[in-house]
Design a protein around this ligand. Sequence first.
Ligand code: HEM
Length: 462
Amino acid sequence: MLLQDTQLIETLAHFNRERIPERVVHANAVGAWGEFEVTHDISHLTCASFLNGIGTKSKTLARISQTGIERGGPSNLRDVRGWSLKVYTEEGNQDFVFNSTPVFFIRDPIKFPSLNRSHKRHPATNCADHTMFWDFHSHNPETLHGLMHVLSDRGTPKSVRHVNAYSQHTYKLVAASGDVTYVKFHFKTDQGVQTVSAAEAARLCGADPDGHTRDLYEAIEAGDFPSWTLYIQAMTPAQAETYRWNIFDLTKVWPHADFPLLPVGKLTLNRNPANYFATIEQAAFSPSTNVPGIAASADPVLQARMFAYPDAARYRLGVNYQQLPANRPVSRVYAPYQRDGMGTIGDNYGGDPNYVRSALREVRFLPKAEGVVVGGGKHEEWVRGKVEDYSSEVTDEDYVQCTAFWRDVLGRQEGQQEVFVGNVAAHLRAADERVWEGVFDMFSKVDVELGRALREMVTKGE
Ligand code: HEM
């Protein structure tokens, strides 16, 4: 064997470099191409062209993931499902990077690495560790509302076709006038929310670890296209000023009785990617990727995410990740001031001026609406506020929606309160006894009876 066998050397060398860093969270996923169609007019709320005109259709790419487990892990593990959608519009890409629970665990973004580490592997044993899971959650009880959703049977969906997706954050819709409406987005599955029991999920993790991946692929191949209906909840800035809940706190829902769901459109997934790595692994989604007419709110977690995702994409896929086929906008983007770098694809703007304000080639920028600042919207950036250290202290008010979930959601579904206590107890029993008391206390604040039932089940080992 000689080094001159170039084909051999190239083949082995390339094989050694096949892996790219997997996502630090949401590594395990399925995905598909699809189409979004506007069914209801909201042009008075947003100038986003893909949302204007009933019947307007846009191409999409969806990626539905599990948060904690590494790439290739069993698809039935209890977890929050991530739900990302890229809409390729004539004004550039619109990314929705949502989750399957209506609320998130934290509201101070610096806690995000801690949250995820407590769900992942212990630094010494390299095993999932229930003690650190409960140690984290019982000492950061703002996480409880999100946790209750995951520990109900919603944490073990039947398939990814049977999950809803929620923005959790408040976003802004911006009208052509610059007027702002605060919204929460909801994609509701048209297949209906369906779940499996904890016991069935555990069985499937062994019997069919790729179950959800195959389910979506085979449904699409068979022409049984899954779909979701997009709704918004809409609130004016004036309503936000006096609303009971801080709309920038994503541990809270807006009850539908206060802000009903308004239908907007329908998403259908109708084509499997020809190649998983090229399309789904190399896709990069970010809450900062917004078209004119959709903008981020002041939610500090959303603001932090707008840094985190492009940063992760540059690390994972390289500085030119926006040029990869899955991420490339379909509309013409002319940005000759962003060029070169590792993995440059295409003609790299040829000899066009690479500095601003050249007389050799005139560049016209989009006209700026009167009073509209970067990020869109007239309203919020004009409000004077006080800059102060952010606090995520927990008060009794934080338990109110947890209690409502326990009594009004689980309590109205036959047997679901018992299922919930059983799910929590089974998980907690595997944790060190030193963390039990804190967990009983936390659940007692939701409902005294819940705390008592949990204590009894865990301590008696029933
Ligand atoms: C401070 C809060 C958060 C931070 C710092 C954060 C950070 C990240 C990072 C670094 C990734 C990997 C991105 C990549 O490698 O391309 C990711 C993925 C993801 N996150 Fe977050 N995240 C946060 C909160 C949230 C919230 C609130 C949601 C849902 C509302 C969410 C949904 C997702 C989804 C769906 C993915 C997978 C994206 C994909 O399909 O490629 N995350 N997150």
